[in-house]
Design a protein around this ligand. Structure first.
Ligand code: CP
Length: 333
């Protein structure tokens, strides 16, 4: 666990533009909306024959994934390539990390290769923030998920998916269901939904999977899924993070599924036009019934597709904000 300071002291430049993207917490509605609008323009571009723009031409993006990933790592790589960057995916398992090289030494080594952006996933909360505090001034850092703390690009691709299907956030009742305790996704979603003005944010989980004082984030807490799902417009399921559970927090997976799994039967309690989301990877028959995961309300694969556009947006905005800051510090503009 790395110590953290006010994220906006480090993730925004002096003009209030993004220069790193570490968390959705504390970002303004204008900035979150700018990310969504920029991502929308890249969604449109993805439908064209040539899916590339030169916004990061000449820049080198290094993907540093110290934890496993399918969706995030792949869509960051595609996003960087569609922005015309040179991309290096450092394989942590076969890197000198396995010989004991420290995170700081790995960073300095990658910086020596004239990297311009680090995309970082790490099991320790605060790792991306720490890296952003250590890199040389022209390097941008994007958090691809740190411990239980934040997964800001996941939250923003979720917001883009909701906006595409529901338009306005203000009338929405949104339920986030499952392992809230270990979920960096839930925290980032809650901050984004609050800032974007969602009418009601509910969290639904057994007491053992709820963080203490979660109400302080402005959510309504339900331990009964049947009550919590009533009339909601959006259901956001979460993965059970067994790898982060240090003790037995559940009687069994089958009991969890009975009480908190999203089944067709429970889905009937939601608003007739409700949508179903899950950041993935999904555990079928543990968090969600297969027919719901693959059903007409499910936007799970749309979320994956939107990950490319959102990541293109935050990479291009951060690089631009970082370059503006660097030039200003050097007396250029
Ligand atoms: N949603 C998400 O972060 O998935 P991956 O772990 O596959 O990147």
């Amino acid at each position: 666990m790395f110590a953290q300071q006010d994220p906006n002291l480090i993730q925004l430049n002096s003009a209030g533009q993004l220069k790193h993207f570490l968390t959705t917490e504390g970002l303004s509605r204008e900035l979150l909306t700018e990310i969504l609008d920029t991502a929308d323009s890249f969604v449109d571009m993805s439908a064209q024959q040539v899916k590339k723009v030169p916004l990061l031409r000449g820049k080198t993006v290094v993907n540093l994934f110290f934890e496993a990933s399918t969706r995030t790592a792949s869509t960051f790589e595609l996003a960087a390539k569609r922005l015309s960057a040179d991309v290096l995916n450092l394989n942590i398992k076969t890197s000198s990390t396995s010989k004991g090289e420290t995170l700081k030494d790995t960073l300095m080594t990658m910086e020596a290769m004239h990297s311009d952006m680090f995309v970082v996933r790490h099991s320790d909360s605060g790792a991306a923030h720490y890296i952003a505090s250590q890199v040389t001034p022209h390097v941008a850092v994007i958090n691809a998920g740190d411990g239980r703390h934040a997964h800001p690009t996941q939250a923003m691709l979720d917001m883009l998916t909701i906006r595409q299907h529901k338009g306005d956030f203000e009338p929405l009742k949104v339920a986030i269901v499952g392992d809230i305790l270990h979920s960096r996704v839930a925290r980032s979603q809650i901050h984004a939904l609050r800032t974007l003005g969602a009418a009601e944010i509910r969290v639904i989980a057994p007491t053992t999977l709820l963080p203490r004082h979660i109400e302080s984030l402005g959510v309504k807490v339900y331990t009964d899924m049947n009550q919590g799902l009533k009339d909601v417009d959006v259901v956001m399921m979460l993965r059970l993070q067994k790898e982060r559970m240090q003790s037995a927090l559940l009687p069994s997976e089958s009991e969890f599924y009975r009480l908190y799994g999203l089944t067709e039967e429970k889905l009937k309690l939601t608003h007739p036009d409700s949508i179903v989301m899950h950041p993935g990877p999904i555990n079928r028959g543990v968090e969600i019934e297969t027919s719901v995961a693959d059903g007409p309300k499910s936007l799970i694969l749309k979320q994956v597709t939107n990950g490319i556009a959102v990541r293109m947006a935050v990479m291009s905005m951060s690089m631009s904000g970082q370059m503006t800051e660097h030039q200003a510090q050097q007396g250029g503009v």
